[in-house]
Every structure is written in C-alpha cells, then in structure tokens.
Design a binder for this molecule. Sequence first.
Ligand SMILES: Nc1ncnc2c1ncn2[C@@H]1O[C@H](COP(=O)(O)OP(=O)(O)O)[C@@H](O)[C@H]1O
Ligand SMILES: [Mg+2]
Length: 231
Amino acid sequence: MSAPFLEVIDVFKSYFLNGKRIDVLRGVSVQIQQGELVSLIGASGSGKSTFLHVAGTLDAPAAGQMKFKGQSVFDMNDAQVAEFRNTKIGFVFQSHFLLPEFTAAENVAMPALVHREDRKAVLVRARELLERVGLGHRADHRPGELSGGESQRVALARALIMKPDLLLADEPTGNLDPSTGEGIHNLLREVNKDLGITAIVVTHNEVLAKSLPRRLRLKDGQVVDADTSGA
Ligand SMILES: Nc1ncnc2c1ncn2[C@@H]1O[C@H](COP(=O)(O)OP(=O)(O)O)[C@@H](O)[C@H]1O
Ligand SMILES: [Mg+2]
C-alpha cells in the first residue's frame, strides 16, 4: 500500500507569552489522502492557524512528525524544507498580501520569478491562471484597482503558479461578504477537482465547511473528524 499523502503524527506546539505557556497543539495526528478537500473548523484561538503553519512548514513543532508521501519533512535541512514549501505547497491567507506596485499578472508570477523561472513563460502561465479564476480581464491591473474578492482570486492564482500538490487556505473568505466568499469557495472546489490539488481550508463558515467532503475540527489541542466523532 502506498503511503498517505500527508501524515501529521503526534504534533505538539506551544507559545510562550509573558512567561506563560500556551499549549496549542497537544498531540495532533491526522492523515489526509491525495485529492482530498478538507475543511478545518474550530473556535477562534483553538489553533487552526497554528496547525496550518506547522503543516505548511512555516513553523516547526516542538515535537511530532510530518510525512509527505512517506517522506519525513522535519528531517530535511533548512534549504530542503524551503524548496519543499516553495514547490509543493500553495498558501492563501485571510489577507491577500499582494504587492501594490506590481500588476495582478506579476503578483501571480512572483513565486516562480523568485524561483528563477523564465519570465516570459511564467507570465504566460500567470495569465492562464488569472483566466482560470475568472480574472483574465484584470491581469494588468494593480491591487489598488481590484475589489477584495478579486484580490483574493489573484492570491489564489498566485498560490497555484508553482503547481503545488497541497493548497493550504487560512480563512480565505474571512474578509469578504458572503456572496463574494461563495465565489472563492466554488473556485476552491474547482481547483481541487479539476487540477487534482489536495486542499485544507480553515474556515469559520459552517455552510462552506458542511459543503466540503470532509470536515476536521480543532478542539482541546487535537484534530478530530467532525463528522465521525460527533465533535
Ligand atoms: N506568536 C504567538 N505568540 C503567542 N501566542 C500565540 C501566537 N500565535 C498564536 N498564539 C496563541 O495560540 C492560540 C491559537 O492561535 P491560532 O492558531 O491563531 O488560533 P485560530 O487560528 O484557531 O484562531 C491562541 O490562544 C493565540 O493567542
Ligand atoms: Mg486563525
């Protein structure tokens, strides 16, 4: 049998604030299979962002392991982890973090340009991705000329430019009105289905969470399957 796509094993993470320890992740274990589309819900402050940062290798856990297709991620050296993150994982955050002085196409292209890929080819791919998210007509606009929903679509296209295997989204519609958010949710579903990208979406939106094939919940420092655990 082949190894699971993503395996998080007994992960612990604490923060220290004013001399006090906050134990956020307390032995999180979860497996995600290739092609899954999973929501992660939980109360504010329950550790959803912390979990996503650890799963995305933006932050190291105090203890525990993470395996990506059987390969142990935290055994890699810093350069290997950075390469892994840049090429295998796409991130979308609540804020779009677009660079104001660049066009939408240039913003989408940025991760690949930083990765020293051919500029012309990358910009062609960036435009294709903008088409994919319904923003072909905004490719030459700067972020200041885009709405919140459009900016988030650009951020999603940017997350896809490196052709990641895993998409991690942290409340991507948290700053949007419900109907605009709905459009982003539909796009996430399409990206999962059409491009075959495995995705974990942190959300406060119970309607979205319920509409995705699998729902995880962060509670008491652990991740549980919300639909089978009754959590
Ligand atoms: N850098 C940090 N330093 C100290 N405490 C933090 C830090 N980041 C998060 N926390 C705390 O850890 C807990 C979990 O935070 P977070 O993962 O952001 O939760 P969520 O995303 O579910 O709202 C919260 O109590 C938060 O205040
Ligand atoms: Mg959060």
